[in-house]
Design a protein around this ligand. Sequence first.
Ligand code: T5A
Length: 214
Amino acid sequence: MARGRFITLEGPEGAGKSTHLALLAERLRAEGVAVRTTREPGGTKLGEAVRGLLQYDAAGEAPVPRAELLLFLASRAQLVQELILPALRRGEWVLCDRFCDSTFAYQGYGRGMDLAALHALNAFATDRLEPDLTLLLDIPQAESRARVAGRDGPADRFERERDDFHRRLAEGFRAMARECGRIRRIDSSGTPEQTAEAVWAAVRPFLQKEREDA
Ligand code: T5A
């Protein structure tokens, strides 16, 4: 059986990753593709526990930047080994809400950590697994802030970061999209329907090619 495909959705907060991950999964299933969805940090029992430590200081204190990085990578290592690789080997497609590019954007461009070191640590955590396709959902910073402010519940630790942190990480995502062929940048500032069509326009040729190659 052919290995499944691994697609990640990335972008700043409120860009619509969760919304479009669910819509894309529905559309792929309608095409007869077996799809597994998951998210980062999280997706496993260990990962979900780590999510609380990272977003809401569940340990009673905020992680220092290096601890923050290693917690994201611990969650990722668990997710890759426990869920993503077994699903891909079964021939399923895996859609993941954030993955390695969030580390490069938030901890690299946002916090200023060395990108080469992040790439090496990430490769260790994932055993060099990379997405086949990454959809970068992009919205202006003001729109991201407005969508986050409009949500119920308390802001998490990243949402409370200053504007210049969010500006750096958004620019980082765009730089990665320019440099890396697997990343497709998609304007997510229109209606959800417009974004869903743009997402499908990026994935449909990918699906067709996979079928031709099969
Ligand atoms: N992080 C994560 C790191 O720092 N390093 C890492 O390595 C990793 C993996 C995780 C946080 O951790 C950080 C990044 C994050 O700050 P999270 O909850 O996964 O947190 O991330 P958020 O981006 O905060 O997730 P959200 O669920 O809040 O954002 P989404 O998924 O992008 O947006 P969504 O779909 O939930 O909501 C979008 C809203 O906008 C409206 C919708 O109605 C909805 O209310 N909307 C549109 N939605 C989609 N498309 C359009 N065109 C829309 N127009 C309006």
